[in-house]
Design a protein around this ligand. Structure first.
Ligand code: SF4
Length: 75
């Protein structure tokens, strides 16, 4: 699993950090970023919960590498 945050979509709702605090954190701007890009399997349920709960679909989860044509700013 690979995970990223589409920061141009993030509205700082904080659901992702509450669901998976070891994987996501809000920075000084209030937007979230991924602390790790390849979380361990023990984190996968929390990451999926974060993706499900994000109100704007900014938690991007992929089984492998991100699509090469995804030009959205991520972190
Ligand atoms: S839940 Fe979505 S909108 Fe809220 S901080 Fe996380 S990525 Fe941003």
């Amino acid at each position: 699993m690979r995970v990223r945050i589409a920061r141009e979509l993030c509205v700082g709702a904080g659901q992702c950090e509450r669901s998976a605090p070891e994987v996501f954190a809000q920075d000084d701007s209030g937007l979230s970023r991924a602390l790790v890009q390849a979380p361990g399997a023990e984190q996968w349920p929390a990451v999926h919960e974060a993706a499900d709960l994000c109100p704007v679909g900014a938690v991007l989860v992929a089984a492998g590498r991100a699509a090469a044509d995804d030009r959205r700013e991520t972190s």
